[in-house]
Design a protein around this ligand. Structure first.
Ligand SMILES: [Zn+2]
Ligand SMILES: [Zn+2]
Length: 231
C-alpha cells in the first residue's frame, strides 16, 4: 500500500514570497522575471506554468524531481536572501500559488504562478529606484534589469516602474521599496489611474533623461559639427 499525504483544498490560493531578477525582452515589448537559483535559466511571465527544468516528461511539480516554481511562506525569509552580494539587485515578489502544489515546512513547490507585486529595492547609490535599467547581463533574448534612480541611468536601456508593470500585464504592481516606507509607484499602468507619487516619479525620470540628453548635446556642441576640431 502506498502512503499518501492528505490533499489540501484551500478556498483561496495560497500566497508566497520569492526573489527574482526583472527581465526585459530584447524587443522591449515584454517584461518578466528569472529565478536566482540554478533552475532559473528560463525567464517567466507574470502568469506562468512551470515545466520540468531537466526536460523530463512529467508535470511539474513531481515528487521524484525538484522542478516547479518555488516560494517561501514568510516574506522576511525571502527578504533575507536580498542581503547577499549576488542578490542585491534582485526584486522581492509576492506570488499567488496556483494549480497543484507540494507544501514544505518553509514554502511551496508548485505548478502555476501569478506574480502580484514586485518590490524594487534602492539604486546601487542608495536612492529610491525610479526605473529598472540594464544590469549588464541577461539570457538569450532577454536583458536583466536592476533598480536605478533617475540620476544613475546615464543613457542605459531602462523602463520606468510603471512601464515595467504595463509590459508585465496581468495586473502586476511594481513598488519602489525602502524598508517599511514603500511607495506604490505603479499599478495598472494606465495614465488615468496614476496619482501624484507615480507622476512625480515619471517626471523625475523624464528630467534625468533630458539632463543626460542635454549633456550629450553640449558635448557634441563643444566638439563642433562633424566632430572635427576648430582652429
Ligand atoms: Zn522535473
Ligand atoms: Zn542612483
Amino acid at each position: 500500500m502506498r502512503l499518501r499525504l492528505p490533499e489540501e483544498r484551500p478556498t483561496e490560493p495560497p500566497t508566497g514570497y520569492k526573489i527574482a531578477h526583472p527581465m526585459l525582452s530584447q524587443d522591449g515589448t515584454r517584461a518578466g522575471f528569472t529565478g536566482v537559483s540554478l533552475g532559473g535559466a528560463l525567464p517567466y511571465g507574470v502568469l506562468a506554468d512551470a515545466s520540468c527544468v531537466y526536460g523530463l516528461r512529467h508535470r511539474a511539480p513531481s515528487r521524484r524531481c525538484d522542478c516547479g516554481f518555488h516560494c517561501v511562506h514568510d516574506r522576511r525569509t525571502a527578504e533575507a536572501l536580498l542581503c547577499t552580494a549576488e542578490h542585491r539587485a534582485a526584486v522581492l515578489l509576492e506570488v499567488t500559488v496556483l494549480g497543484r502544489y507540494i507544501r514544505f515546512e518553509r514554502g511551496f513547490r508548485y505548478a502555476r504562478q501569478r506574480v502580484r507585486t514586485a518590490t524594487v529595492g534602492p539604486c546601487a547609490c542608495g536612492t529610491v529606484a525610479a526605473a529598472l535599467a540594464d544590469a549588464g547581463w541577461g539570457r538569450p533574448g532577454w536583458t536583466a534589469l536592476a533598480p536605478s534612480c533617475a540620476g544613475c541611468l546615464c543613457g542605459r536601456t531602462s523602463v520606468s516602474l510603471a512601464g515595467f508593470a504595463r509590459l508585465g500585464g496581468e495586473g502586476l504592481r511594481v513598488v519602489a521599496g525602502k524598508g517599511a516606507a514603500s511607495v506604490a509607484v505603479a499599478d495598472l499602468g494606465y495614465a488615468k489611474d496614476l496619482g501624484v507619487p507615480e507622476l512625480a516619479a515619471e517626471a523625475a525620470l523624464l528630467q534625468a533623461r533630458l539632463d543626460w540628453f542635454q549633456a550629450q548635446l553640449a558635448r557634441l556642441g563643444e566638439r563642433g559639427p562633424g566632430g572635427g576640431r576648430k582652429g
